[in-house]
Design a protein around this ligand. Sequence first.
Ligand SMILES: *Cc1c(COP(=O)(O)O)cnc(C)c1O
Length: 440
Amino acid sequence: MQTSSHNRVLLKRSLNAVWHPCTQMKHHETLPLIPVASARGCWLYDFDGNRYLDAVSSWWVNLFGHANERINAALIDQLTRLEHVMLAGFTHETVVQLSERLAQLTGNALGHCFYGSDGASATEIALKMSFHYWRNTGRGGKTHFVSLAGSYHGETLGALSVTDVALFKDTYAPLLRGSAQVASPDWRLAAQGESARDFAIRCAYELDHHLAAHHSTTAALILEPLVQGAAGMGMYDPEYLRRAREICDRYDVHLIADEIMTGFGRTGTFFAHEQAGITPDFLCLSKGITGGYLPLSVVLTSNAVYGAFYDDAVTRGFLHSHSYTGNALACRAALATLDIFEKDAVIETNRAKATMMNDLVSPIAAHLRVRNFRNTGMIWAFEIDGTDDGVARRVYEHALARELLLRPIGRTVYFMPPYVISDEELALLVTRTLDIVQSL
Ligand SMILES: *Cc1c(COP(=O)(O)O)cnc(C)c1O
């Protein structure tokens, strides 16, 4: 890596003025901050001609590459019409079209779209709506939520309450409302010789047991369908979702599918919950929704939920709001993203790409230091064996030195590339990652 004086000055100014997310800032005394001058396709470029393959889709948001021509063109067109208007009392074509198309993607089972600006606010919206639904229907005692061990639903206080990642949660525990966690079906935790499906069934019994005791005070179960991202790409069998749906129905508990990361084709189907043949009561979407361009989130829900708010009384309505709700530019980026899915048959193309990748990665999967190699859709993950706690940072630094952006979670290294990644770029990613594993 080369660093020019321009780079160095920018880094210094950034460290002075910008408080970076998910970072102990002092670590940047020794850990390089990467200045990005421009980006195209899967590549990020600095000011000196260094480049990095964005193998984590810029924190799981990018789908069709940086500077995508089609999304750019749609945004430029939208800029000439309407950039933003408040969505209380007003509406616009772009948000209407997006809502209709998202509803269609759920087979119109979830036909009502409520917008926010980021993933955490989608979680907040779903939790509040679920509670308020029960209150409006005379079950105001349903005030608690259940989530899975290791779950991640965002870091605002309500979302953090149902998140179960100690690193993010423990410090703020005194501020949080208690929520219950039940066993995660993440197959890394299965007993020796137990199949992923059998383990999922065993975990579903625990959920059943929990709700048998607590259903009268429980509003909803919230979960990340098929892949628990922040838990280190924990993957599980769809049978868990089928059983969770059936159990929630039996106990009058909502099922909230947090597809903020898993939605938009990431797990091999448009929504991950489709693989279980179920419909959640609430569907939270964000991240890939705008192709990684602009902040936008949405919660979709059913006629049954919507109907419980529809009334003459103001306070029976859902009075939640965000200033940028339904932002026209963000909605237009989302429409352009959906157009690409349709025109390019992205789900099918990704399937072929994933099959090819699964051949390519076999030397990594077979490496002596690699454990639990796994794949769901366009996500690949594995653990690095050993006792070295600094492995995440070392992999990150080794990767940068090899033109790769990898951001391990603890011992878990994962690939979550933009869907436009080429076969050559996948091959480069695999070869250089293998080289990193070998040199640790
Ligand atoms: C990223 C993420 C969130 C939070 O989204 P933000 O936009 O970062 O607030 C919530 N749930 C899941 C599953 C996520 O991956």
